[in-house]
Ligand binder design. Structure first.
Ligand SMILES: *[C@@H]1O[C@H](CO)[C@@H](O)[C@H](O)[C@H]1NC(C)=O
Ligand SMILES: *[C@@H]1O[C@H](CO)[C@@H](O)[C@H](O)[C@H]1NC(C)=O
Ligand SMILES: *[C@@H]1O[C@H](CO)[C@@H](O)[C@H](O)[C@H]1NC(C)=O
Ligand SMILES: *[C@@H]1O[C@H](CO)[C@@H](O)[C@H](O)[C@H]1NC(C)=O
Length: 297
């Protein structure tokens, strides 16, 4: 089984304002994570996933450890910001009971809100896993009340749509379906008692190596980037609507679209300590699967 070729992580720095994570001024002590490779910290099986092979993991933690990145992923950054340990991947729960106090990471690289052609659990199933832990009294309602959820959707649904022969004409209606499902999912997480849900916007998918390869890594595919913009516009509407129906700021977007564009434009981070001379070119390629790593420091 090959995981979707949309399974990748680009590294970037992101900043979050303090009140982003603190609902009603209460600092959350647990992080629950749902989504794909942008937040997976080791859920996919070693026997199947490229995330357990070099060069993944070489910067952090020093060897491949199930992240689709040479270093940290969003989950790790957010946990650090919250002052907690990066939550345990769900697959490893038997071996880390004591770490469950920091929450659980249910994200599987390659997945989407719908099935993406691999055997990994889609986001509905991932949310079901948390429900299972609540039923089993691993977490109480009160625990959920002091938690934060991170939801990442970085385009595997669209990768699957294209590779299964979905038409360009049908794309905008498919984007609506994906975003509606995201809305259903984040509402479900909130309804379970998680006071604040952070959901990522879609990065400019036309700037990913699988698209830029057609211009020898010189140009982004603007038509693909418009699809990202449309997704994000619909997502903003959904989030604003949910936000408005729940008094206070229960739902927030994490703006990866702007973040990526900033890094691509500046060819590095804000401090200038990381430089990408050719930001549209991946650091390395493998014969079976593109390796979308950016060298980081
Ligand atoms: C998620 O996966 C489950 C189990 O395979 C399936 O029953 C369900 O329809 C899927 N949900 C969505 C939204 O595709
Ligand atoms: C850009 O993407 C569109 C699909 O949105 C595709 O039809 C077109 O061939 C791509 N252009 C290039 C230069 O790859
Ligand atoms: C928020 O909800 C109120 C009442 O339900 C409605 O009048 C208002 O237009 C909504 N605002 C937005 C931005 O959706
Ligand atoms: C949700 O509401 C909060 C405050 O009410 C606001 O700060 C935040 O920007 C809103 N988010 C969206 C995506 O509308």
């Amino acid at each position: 089984m090959e995981l979707s070729s949309y399974t990748f992580v680009l590294l970037f720095l992101f900043t979050i304002a303090g009140d982003t994570v603190c609902a009603n001024g209460i600092r959350p002590t647990k992080l629950f994570v749902f989504g794909d490779s942008y937040s997976d910290t080791g859920n996919n099986p070693k026997s199947l996933a490229s995330s357990w092979k070099t060069p993944y993991g070489v910067t952090f933690p020093g060897k491949p450890a199930g992240r689709y990145s040479d270093g940290r992923v969003l989950t790790d950054f957010l946990a650090k910001f919250m002052g907690i340990k990066s939550p345990l991947p769900y697959q490893w729960r038997k071996y880390g009971q004591n770490r469950m106090q920091h929450g659980v990471n249910f994200a599987y690289g390659g997945t989407g809100v719908f099935d993406t052609g691999n055997l990994q659990p889609n986001m509905s199933t991932q949310i079901g896993y948390l429900q299972g832990l609540v039923k089993a009294n691993v977490y109480t309602k009160r625990d959920l009340g002091s938690s934060l959820a991170l939801v990442t959707i970085s385009g595997n649904d669209y990768g699957a749509y294209t590779s299964s022969g979905g038409s360009e004409q049908g794309l905008s209606s498919f984007i609506s379906q994906v975003v509606n499902q995201i809305g259903i999912n984040i509402k479900r997480i909130h309804d379970m008692g998680v006071p604040r849900v952070l959901v990522s916007t879609l990065q400019p998918i036309g700037c990913l190596p699988r698209e830029t390869i057609f211009s020898s890594y010189q140009q982004c595919n603007e038509s693909r980037n418009s699809a990202s913009s449309f997704h994000n516009q619909l997502l903003q509407q959904v989030v604003t609507g949910l936000n408005n129906s729940t008094r206070g700021s229960s739902f927030l977007t994490l703006d990866l679209f702007t973040t990526f564009n900033t890094v691509l434009k500046n060819k590095g981070d804000f401090t200038g300590s990381v430089k990408f001379d050719t930001p549209l070119r991946p650091c390395c390629e493998s014969h079976k699967q593109w390796c979308f790593l950016w060298k980081f420091g």
